[in-house]
Design a protein. Structure first.
Length: 174
């Protein structure tokens, strides 16, 4: 777990790269930092206030591990934050009822069929083999993985298949 000071240092380091990409010195106005249960949301803008910057979506620094998660600008920030709170991923935002979260494997649980899980992910989503295998690997390493589905029926079907394989899943709020 990290605190605000460490999260701010991580955010400032992240801005160094963004500044280089944008060709503009960027800053984090501390008055615009939001704290949530999952971490902090940092807004940023050009140090030179006479400049306008497009596409500067706020980003999340997760309090558990200091990881950075970029939101977006297509929807209100609250949509991305709610999605992150529900699924552990800020983008793409999904309708909560169409979200399935594969719960990470814990050493106390029995092993799971990695190949079968990879095939199930691949069959139910538009993910390729490498990305589906990456999701299965993340679950095996203990991470929760959120997957979005176009309909609740497709999410239900996938949830049932994963549960048949002996995996735990969470569904979004209905």
């Amino acid at each position: 777990m990290i605190g605000l000071d460490e999260a701010r240092q991580i955010a400032e380091q992240y801005l160094i790269g963004l500044s280089a990409d944008a060709g503009v010195k960027l800053e984090l106005p501390s008055s615009q930092t939001l704290e949530r249960d999952f971490g902090w949301v940092f807004y940023y803008g050009p140090e030179d206030t006479s400049l306008t910057l497009a596409g500067n979506a706020p980003f999340i620094v997760d309090r558990k591990d200091g990881s950075i998660h970029v939101t977006g600008t297509a929807y209100p920030t609250g949509v991305y934050l709610e999605n992150y709170d529900l699924t552990g991923t800020a983008f793409p935002p999904g309708v909560p009822e169409d979200t399935v979260v594969l719960e990470g494997w814990k050493p106390s649980r029995s092993p799971f069929p990695k190949i079968s899980l990879t095939k199930a992910i691949r069959a139910a989503t538009e993910k390729g083999l490498a990305e589906s295998k990456g999701c299965a690997d993340s679950v095996l390493s203990g991470e929760d993985v959120g997957l979005m589905f176009p309909t609740a029926a497709e999410a239900d079907k996938f949830s049932a298949e994963v549960q048949r394989l002996g995996r735990s899943v969470r569904r979004g709020i209905r």
